[in-house]
Write a protein that binds this ligand. Structure first.
Ligand code: NAP
Ligand code: ZN
Ligand code: ZN
Length: 347
């Protein structure tokens, strides 16, 4: 076993604190990564605080991982020692089911193994995430990272990036489409960048009037404050596609009313409480309400390559590991521009 250190939550109500643990020995197809940066996703908070069901403590969050490969197993063919590598939200899946065969490992019929709070296949041991110095991952779940972009701005692509890229690609969003993005946080700021890059007209819908300038700089063509009823009314029936990134309880029916006939609203934000939806808002204009979870490994690599080719990066605030509890509080107040990334040399 390989001793390492990290930061863990020991319970739903205690702050994250230093935690010593072990990574597995490097297996035949494993890649050993020294972690340099790890993004802070709102899912880390939902999990650490047991806002979603199923957290097993201690939990080491973190699934936006960038690092340097320091060792590889004898059977590894795709990676070399010294290269930069990324790890996102999954570290394993069955590889045999119809979804895995299509590169949709996130929808593995037998369940994918989460990078943290997941069960390692075979041993059943809990997986620990990227708020740590090193990680050992099967090469099939490791991504190639280009040296064209600053590494710290690439880390959040591994979750915030792919989670917004994937539905925009699946629903073929592009030129001639009016796209609405709800919530300007980690996912929301990447949704603006991708939708604008694909040629769509983008409207940012936010509860924070002070984010307008940023939204426009990120590529939004329009901005609406959703607490202002008049601004919302003006957008009635306007959008072909809406991507909802909101992390807390909110009114889905109000946003469905902003879709044009045959419009689609995709939820990527995952509030812990069930949603109430007025079905009339769907059937009156043949609207669709859908969901989307992260993205598969091939599409994640495609997204990383797209970003490298088009100079797309995340807007990040670099923090030290011991700032993590303050960072969580600021995320809860929607006060991050637009992703915290931990500099792991600070641990
Ligand atoms: P984030 O950075 O905290 O952004 C969420 C944004 O939602 C906030 O910045 C805020 O934007 C808005 N918001 C927050 N509370 C709100 C409320 N009560 N009413 C209306 N708007 C509110 O979080 P994130 O990391 O982007 O993650 C967003 C959600 O996506 C989380 O639930 C996360 O777990 C989920 N997620 C899902 C997937 C997936 O696979 N589907 C992957 C990653 C994350 P404004 O200030 O602009 O209003
Ligand atoms: Zn995430
Ligand atoms: Zn599978």
């Amino acid at each position: 076993m390989i001793p390492t250190k990290g930061y863990a939550a020991q319970a739903a109500t205690t702050p994250l604190a230093p935690f010593d643990f072990e990574r597995r020995d490097i297996g035949l197809n494993d890649v050993h990564i020294e972690i340099l940066y790890c993004g802070v996703c709102h899912s880390d908070i939902h999990t650490a605080r047991s806002e979603w069901p199923g957290t097993v403590y201690p939990v080491v969050p973190g699934h936006e991982i960038i690092g340097r490969i320091t060792n590889i197993g004898e059977g590894v063919t795709n990676f070399k020692v010294g290269e930069m590598a990324g790890v996102g939200c999954m570290v394993d899946s069955c590889r045999e089911c119809e979804n895995c065969k299509k590169g949709l490992e996130q929808y593995c019929k037998k369940g994918n193994t989460g990078t943290y709070n997941g069960h390692e296949k075979g041993t059943g041991k809990m997986t620990y995430g990227g708020y740590s110095k090193q990680i050992v991952v099967h090469e099939d779940f490791v991504l190639h990272i280009s040296d064209k972009l600053p590494l710290e701005t690439v880390a959040p692509l591994l979750c915030a990036g792919i989670t917004t890229y994937s539905p925009l690609r699946h629903w073929k969003v592009g030129q001639g489409h009016r796209v609405g993005v709800i919530g300007l946080g980690g996912l929301g700021h990447m949704a603006i960048k991708f939708a604008a890059s694909f040629g769509a007209e983008v409207t940012m819908m936010s509860t924070s009037p002070n984010k307008e300038e940023d939204a426009r700089r990120l590529g939004a063509h329009k901005f609406a404050v959703t607490k202002d009823e008049n601004q919302v009314k003006e957008l009635s029936g306007y959008f072909d596609f809406i991507i909802d990134t909101v992390s807390a309880k909110h009114d889905y029916t109000m946003y469905l009313g902003l879709l044009n006939t045959d419009g689609v609203m995709v939820c990527v934000g995952a509030p812990p409480t069930p949603a109430e939806v007025q079905i009339f808002s769907l059937l009156m204009n043949r609207r669709s309400l859908a969901g989307s979870g992260i993205g598969g490994i091939p599409e994640t690599q495609e997204m990383l390559d797209y970003c490298a080719d088009h100079g797309i990066t995340c807007d990040v605030e670099i923090i030290k590991m011991d700032y993590i509890n303050e960072a969580y509080e600021r995320v809860m107040k929607s006060d991050v521009r637009y992703r915290f990334v931990i500099d792991m040399t600070s641990l």
